[in-house]
Design a protein around this ligand. Sequence first.
Ligand SMILES: [Fe+2]
Ligand SMILES: [Fe+2]
Length: 355
Amino acid sequence: MDAWRRLQGPGRIWAGLVVGALLVGSAFLMYAMEGPPTPWVHLLYVPIILAAVVFKTTGGVVVGLLAGLVAGVWIPGSTQSATDWVVLSSFFVFIGGFLGATQELLERRFRQNEDLIKKVATIHARTLSTFASTVELRDEPTGGHSSRVAHNARVMGLALDLEPDDLRAVYWAGLLHDLGKIGIPERILQKPGRLNDEETKNMRRHSDMGADLLLSVSPELRQIAEGIRAHHERWDGSGYPRGLAGEHISRVGRIVSVVDVFEALTCKRPYRDPQPVQEVLAFLRDKSGWWFDPTLVQLLEDLYWKGQIYTVDALHAPPPVEEPAAVLPVGEAEEAILRNLAGTTDYQLGSSGRP
Ligand SMILES: [Fe+2]
Ligand SMILES: [Fe+2]
């Protein structure tokens, strides 16, 4: 479709020149063959078709007429009768006009489809952003947690050179990983002490609940939903909800898992104080290979020391080196959410390159 648009834009001039050159070329060829009824006359359909595709009905009809002139008037040696010429020219004009009209119809349909796809994408983005805001409001003591997880997950995805679709899934799964918590009672979410068995069981439902909720919006969101479902799985298979191990856990889920724990431990929670980043990194290293994907733990640490990981402690650090948008190629929808969340949760790009 992009090549198509170029042909409809600046490419039109080139297309016009090609059509002209083909007409003149065909004329010379037929002149050399002493005109119709040589089969070479059918060459004239090439510029007619091209003109109809690029310049629509008008172009098709005009070039059809010109082709008729080329096939009859310009070729003195032609042995065709006037009737033959009129029939041939009529065919040229009809083919040019018909193809041009079909082309117009096709392009109108393309545009309608594109508009429809944009509308659906906008509805999805708005639905997801509403979900994200709901999670942030519901889980207030973790202020900004989901947005930092989303950005850190995307930073990891960029470093892993993920495809755009995977990168997008990683971002949204990071933002919505705790979506299912909207179904968990507040007394459990904000309980200061350890959860009892019943509460733990209840809390563990949030992975499936979040994933299923997202799938109920659209099956198109499956990759994000499966990332959400897997964000509490562990590399050795001891996690939940499915007890998957190693690379059976979706890569999106593995990335969100490690950045989620990193972010959660560096923040204050109702049931514990924040831990220094170096201790958290040591904790992740310790759990590498049984809780987390070891390559991802190493990657997170490398990125942290490069100053690319967002942390809550940066609130009290000097002004950020770069704006988040400059670091991350966030899409329009993500940027809107980022602005929205940043306005309410007071978070900044981490200056985590500091020792
Ligand atoms: Fe979670
Ligand atoms: Fe989380």
